[in-house]
Ligand binder design. Structure first.
Ligand code: ADP
Length: 413
């Protein structure tokens, strides 16, 4: 695993270029952050590989018992196209450390870096058959993984809709274990005492990062009424200055959407927003006439029950809303079928604590957003799924717990 990490660092440019070509990622960001992060993930889990152990149990009678943690077996990973490197490695590294073998099914839109990682794994000396990358379409290759009788677990990241299909296939085949990291519609709550510059920067990158194609996008931004007007003005000015274009250009903030399907889906949500009576503050359509570029788009006066407030758009679209009280914003923030992430900006520790305990989501960012790290578990509540990636929780899901029991004395039990 350490050798694998070294090889990734030796091939950063090529790997970053593959993700840029395949998924429209910013080359500079892939090179500076996502590809190096894949190497750190391998090192993090390599460090955990020799610390996997069970416990000695306190039994009620004269028995000695302990638990073993054993590899779950063959893991099927099915991953999406928005973060081809990060999601590949946050599945593969812990499964390797757990001692599993695996079949990795990358998204049909972005298989290139996964195939290159398999090549680097082979060069690093990982035995044949341990990491098997099978590129293909969802309803064929993906379905073969989720319904296979010899696969012991499926670890899926993708849409809620496909997550449901994967879970059904697991249930009707061999009842393989399932872990699902699904969609989100995350609230970002900004209280009156927040610093305006920081707040507008975080809110904007929270939804525009990776052209909005991130499951934790802070797509519902709630700003307290005392700073709302000024916040809106600053935010819109920053959104207008956000540059969209060639993802290989280091001065560009946002590249093209992944493919025509996603591009058209986002544009149709923008039209929904307009039809549903939301006020368009900036953006609102494609950029130029070539390529899948979409203008950073901000709506306000969005009704809580409208389609653009309920559905995950997975594009550079923000709903910006005003709120008055803490109770009100907690209720509105929780008014979603998803529960992946949430952000809260305030200098008031009591407020931050109240909000973070009240929001039903797998990760809460206080005075930051999109802060993701190797040791920090990541996953959803509600229809954002279950099971965790990253951290030791992301390792333990690939391990069975076996109890071993024996009498202390040599008497027959
Ligand atoms: P999105 O809707 O964002 O494109 P999906 O959830 O469709 O994301 O895709 C995530 C992954 O699920 C991809 O690797 C895709 O090929 C796979 N997939 C799609 N349909 C199925 C299916 N019926 N069974 C198993 N995997 C699928």
């Amino acid at each position: 695993m350490l050798k694998f990490a070294d090889l990734i660092e030796e091939n950063i440019d090529e790997l970053a270029a593959l993700d840029t070509i395949n998924a429209g990622k910013l080359f500079s960001l892939a090179k500076a952050s996502e590809i190096p992060h894949a190497a750190t993930l391998l090192r993090y889990y390599a460090g955990a590989a020799d610390k996997i152990h069970g416990e000695v149990l306190k039994m009620s009678c004269e028995l000695h018992a302990y638990t073993l943690r054993e590899p779950i077996g063959v893991v099927g990973h099915i991953i999406p196209w928005n973060a081809p490197t990060t999601v590949f490695m946050l599945k593969v590294a812990p499964a390797l450390a757990a001692g599993c073998t695996m079949v990795m099914k990358p998204a049909e839109q972005s298989p290139l870096s996964a195939l290159f990682y398999a090549h680097l794994a082979e060069k690093a000396g990982i035995p044949d058959g341990v990491i098997n990358v099978v590129a293909g379409f969802g309803p064929t290759a993906g379905a073969a993984v989720s319904s296979h009788m010899d696969i012991d677990m499926v670890s899926f990241t993708g849409s809620t809709e496909v997550g449901r299909i994967v879970m059904q296939a697991a249930a009707t085949s061999n009842l393989k274990q399932v872990s699902l990291e699904l969609g989100g519609k995350s609230p970002f709550i900004i209280f009156d005492d927040a610093d305006l510059d920081t707040a507008t920067d975080l809110a904007l990158t929270g939804v525009l990062h990776n052209k909005g194609e991130i499951c934790v996008a802070g797509s519902r931004v709630y700003v307290q009424e005392g700073i709302y007007e000024e916040f809106e003005k600053k935010l819109v000015a920053k959104a207008k200055a956000w540059s969209v274009g060639d993802p290989f250009d280091p001065n560009v903030h946002q590249g093209p959407q992944v493919d025509r399907k996603q591009f058209e889906k986002i544009l149709s949500y923008i039209e929904h927003g307009k039809r549903e009576g939301a006020t368009l503050l900036t953006g609102g359509g494609r950029l130029g006439s070539e390529g899948y570029y979409i203008q950073p788009t901000i709506f306000t006066d969005v009704k809580e029950d409208s389609v653009i407030m309920k559905d995950e758009i997975f594009g550079p679209i923000m709903s910006l809303m005003k709120f008055r009280t803490t109770e009100e914003v907690i209720e509105r923030a929780n008014n979603t079928r998803y529960g992946l992430a949430a952000g809260v900006l305030t200098k008031n520790i009591d407020l931050a604590n109240t909000v973070s305990r009240s929001i039903r989501a797998g990760i809460i960012w206080i005075n930051c957003y999109l802060a993701i790290d190797n040791d920090c578990p990541y996953g959803g509540y509600k229809m954002s799924g279950f099971g965790r990636d990253l951290g030791l929780d992301g390792l333990h899901k690939y391990l069975h717990v076996k109890s071993v029991v024996t009498p202390i004395y040599n008497s027959p039990w």
